[in-house]
Design a protein around this ligand. Structure first.
Ligand code: 0WE
Length: 256
């Protein structure tokens, strides 16, 4: 399904990451993969994962740093001959203390930090990817979102505001990049047990609520999310852009 395609994957932290599940699927389908990681704490693990799929490039990227984004896309252009088909954006961060307590108490600096890392990063990386995707005759960008950007999910707080911004950015980017045959979509995942989820108080409670109320009454795995992302990244979705695919066991369809 991805034979001859070049992909850049942002946001692998470890083998449980949604980004890694997507990367595996792309690799199994024949794609060549480049990776970015953030912070030396996870560097070794990401390098080992990347090596297992014979990746030609693993490089550090702090998405808040415009110069770093420019450097990384230069490196990507180098290993992929100036052409990129797929960009996977699976990056988000809010201060842990802002994912508990009251949204009302979010201070200005940490509000903008969460939106910078979790929403503006899609705009900045899409812009940097645009010439490489256009050189390939078009391409597909997928980001990860969550229902907490559309409704108030207790404790999701500033991340919800960031996801609302991200969801809107998906639509505006879809419009801008459409003329170059570049598609931009989001996968809205139900709660998945990743490194990011593990530190969240009440995560098991949230999983139980989804299991009880979702039409399909079951948990969502990173592989399920990856299958949805793979569809949006594939040519099967060639006329799909600016949309959100829910991989949440149907939870979003419910009113109670
Ligand atoms: O988008 C997310 C979580 C992203 C995330 C996770 C962390 C934990 C560690 C962003 N920043 C941080 N910062 C940290 O220090 N999800 C969709 C998973 C999630 O997170 C929640 C949820 C759900 C679901 C937080 C509160 C309530 C629900």
């Amino acid at each position: 399904m991805f034979e001859g395609k070049n992909a850049l994957v942002l946001g692998v932290a470890n083998k449980r990451s949604i980004a890694w599940a997507i990367a595996k699927r792309l690799s199994d389908g024949g794609a060549q993969l480049a990776f970015t990681f953030q912070g030396e704490r996870i560097e070794k693990g990401v390098r080992e994962l990347a090596e297992s799929v014979s990746s030609p490039l693993v490089t550090e990227l702090d998405v808040r740093d415009d110069a770093a984004i420019e450097r990384v896309f230069g490196e990507v252009s180098g290993v992929f001959d100036g052409k990129l088909d797929i960009l996977v954006h699976s990056v988000a961060f809010a201060a842990a203390e802002d994912l508990e307590g009251r949204f009302t108490d979010t201070p200005r600096d940490r509000f903008w930090m969460a939106l910078d890392v979790s929403a503006y990063s899609l705009v900045a990386t899409a812009r940097a990817a645009e010439p490489l995707l256009a050189a390939a005759g078009g391409g597909s960008i997928v980001t990860m979102t969550y229902l907490g950007g559309e409704r108030a999910v207790p404790h999701y707080n500033v991340m919800g505001v960031a996801k609302a911004t991200l969801d809107s950015a998906v639509q505006y980017l879809a419009w801008d990049l459409g003329e170059k045959n570049i598609r931009v979509n989001a996968v809205s995942a139900g709660p998945v047990r990743t490194l990011a989820a593990r530190s969240i108080a009440g995560f098991p409670t949230m999983e139980s609520i989804v299991e009880e109320r979702a039409p399909l009454h079951r948990h969502i795995g990173a592989d399920d999310v990856a299958a949805g992302a793979a569809y949006l990244l594939s040519d099967d979705a060639k006329n799909v852009t600016g949309t959100t695919l829910y991989v949440d066991a149907g939870y979003h369809a419910m009113g109670m």
